[in-house]
Design a protein around this ligand. Sequence first.
Ligand code: HEC
Length: 97
Amino acid sequence: MSFLGLAQWNEVTFAQSAEQLYERALAGTCTNCHGTDGKGVVDGGIPLINQLSSAEILTQLKAYKSGTLDGTIMPQLAKGYSDQQLTTIANQFGKKP
Ligand code: HEC
């Protein structure tokens, strides 16, 4: 492998891990309340989200954002993200089919 080839390979690896870091960081906001990986916090009084699929979570987030679903916290929160970011977040959580 040429030196140039190796440098390019490094760039690709870096781009992928930066993307993963960004995705984890977006989802990290949610874990404060919903627990790591959405498993919930004991006696936290906040709904568990890890029993939902990614698609169900996305549907809920969009409903909070558009105002069709009521809540104390989630409506304000959901409004702060683009639809693209909500998709990324929902994919980080949720039961994988
Ligand atoms: C400050 C605490 C807090 C944070 C941060 C938070 N949530 Fe919530 N979440 C709640 C509460 C409380 C509810 C119940 C609805 C309400 O009152 O807004 C809820 C409800 C939900 C629901 C609906 C669950 C159900 O079974 O109906 C989903 C899905 C959800 N949150 C996803 C998320 C995601 C994804 C994030 C990160 C962007 C997030 N939450 C961040 C507190 C929080």
